[in-house]
Design a protein around this ligand. Structure first.
Ligand code: FES
Length: 432
């Protein structure tokens, strides 16, 4: 069964409640237009590197984990996911345990995707966000226009290999050079998520464009694609404002006499403690987002950051979202808002795990609610464009932070991929 909800319906909730706020003069990252919501991802014709403006065209590649668009794709999605040692480290047993776990989980996960409409909306949202962002970029950064949107998922179609081949077909690389920006759609950096996507991008870059010389950062010589990376943006004011606006919309649905007592539960995907203890930056960056949102809200409500989607028996970062909700209910706290804080669109973790399992099974559907995912929120789309514009203007290949490997990193893949994208920065010579 295919995912059926059209984008116009999906954007409705986000746009209805916030568009009125956008009519007043506002800072750059808040500016938007209802027109941005009306048209969806129109195909852009192939471009050639000698086409238009001085520095364009520019490919902007949205990287994310992805999700199966139909239930038929669930098996392949899970087998790729459990084969990825960057995301789910199973050590030397990865090749044996990965397929075993994915096969066992497939029937259960198919049912979950069937329950949310037959597939994940993440591809539709990602294509919409990338396309709308590029339209804004064409206006605010004409010197790097035209901007051409691409999506590369780590575990679902369109995979990184497919995206890279499309780039080459569209006239990037292949002797013509050209610029591409890898724009992570995980606002907070983890080696399990953005790191894994970059390792995959580096792998396909080497396979399809050849090995880059050691002294070249991001490629770009000999007519190959010149890559730069937007690797994190946990406290961008547009991101923070879009999350805060969605919380305020949800708070407004509570009766006035209890509104001030609502507890805000920010929920992010958890990590195995082995990854946390390796020195992964994700927990600190998620906490930074939460703190920035609470500052934007004037610390109006009590809050906690909790973690969801633990898999398997090993230790994961907690408290778990489901446990937190049931424990607060036992303590008499029944007014809560769950806030997805680490993903940029709806996916199974919001539509099924939070809505159906955590809230649905709590017995308090009326008083435990979830704030809207960012999806097509115009403030969020504008934020994406502003982040990309600042990156293009900066001339940087990536953030300073990306060059530093985790203190406990022993992965040669990380070392090589970071050397390509970040150069020989601090920590790069750490023994592998
Ligand atoms: Fe973090 Fe390799 S695991 S840099």
């Amino acid at each position: 069964m295919a995912f059926r909800a059209p984008i116009s319906q999906l954007t409705k909730r986000a746009s209805q409640s916030t568009i009125s706020r956008l009519t007043a003069p506002s800072p750059l990252w808040q500016r938007s237009s209802a027109n941005q919501l009306r048209s969806f991802a129109t195909p852009v014709p192939p471009v050639t590197q000698d086409a238009t403006s001085s520095k364009g065209p520019t490919a902007v590649v949205f990287m994310n984990m992805g999700g199966p668009s139909t239930t038929d794709e669930v098996g392949d999605f899970l087998s790729r996911l459990f084969a990825d040692g960057d995301l789910i480290p199973l050590g030397r047993l990865q090749n044996y345990l990965g397929p075993l776990i994915s096969k066992r989980r497939t029937p259960k996960i198919i049912k979950q995707y069937a329950a949310i409409g037959g597939g994940s909306p993440i591809r539709k949202w990602s294509e919409y966000q990338a396309s709308e962002m590029c339209k804004i970029l064409d206006k605010i950064s004409p010197e790097t226009a035209p901007h051409k949107p691409y999506v590369a998922f780590r575990y679902a179609n369109p995979l990184t290999e497919e995206m890279y081949n499309r780039l080459l077909e569209d006239g990037f690389g292949g002797g013509k050079g050209g610029r591409a920006v890898a724009f992570t759609q995980y606002p907070q950096y983890s080696c399990s998520t953005t790191g894994s996507s970059l390792n995959e991008l580096w792998k396909w870059r080497q396979r399809l464009e050849g090995k880059a010389p050691d002294n070249v950062v991001g490629g770009g010589n000999d007519g190959t694609i010149s890559w730069s990376v937007i690797d994190r943006w946990p406290v961008h004011p547009g991101l923070v404002d879009a999350i805060a606006l969605n919380i305020e919309d949800q708070l407004a649905t509570f009766p006035e006499d209890v509104r001030d007592d609502v507890v805000l539960l920010f929920s992010a995907h958890s990590l195995p403690m082995s990854v946390v203890n390796r020195g992964d930056p994700y927990p600190a960056e998620v906490a930074a987002t939460v703190h920035a949102v609470m500052q934007r809200l004037g610390h109006s409500h009590p809050y906690r950051l909790v973690w969801q989607s633990q898999v398997g028996p090993s230790a994961w970062l907690g408290a778990q979202t489901s446990d937190a909700v049931s424990e607060y209910i036992k303590k008499g706290q029944k007014n809560m808002i769950l806030i997805p804080v680490a993903f940029t669109s709806d996916h199974i973790e919001t539509l099924y795990e939070l809505d159906e399992e955590v809230i649905g099974e709590s017995g308090h559907r009326d008083t435990i609610k979830r704030s809207e995912s960012l999806n097509g929120h115009p403030v969020f789309i504008q934020a994406l464009a502003d982040i990309a514009k600042a990156h293009l203007d900066s001339g940087e290949t990536c953030s300073k932070q990306m060059g530093l490997r985790c203190p406990g990193c022993k992965s040669e893949r990380c070392a090589e991929s970071k050397k390509f994208f970040a150069g020989q920065g601090p920590g790069m010579t750490f023994a592998v």
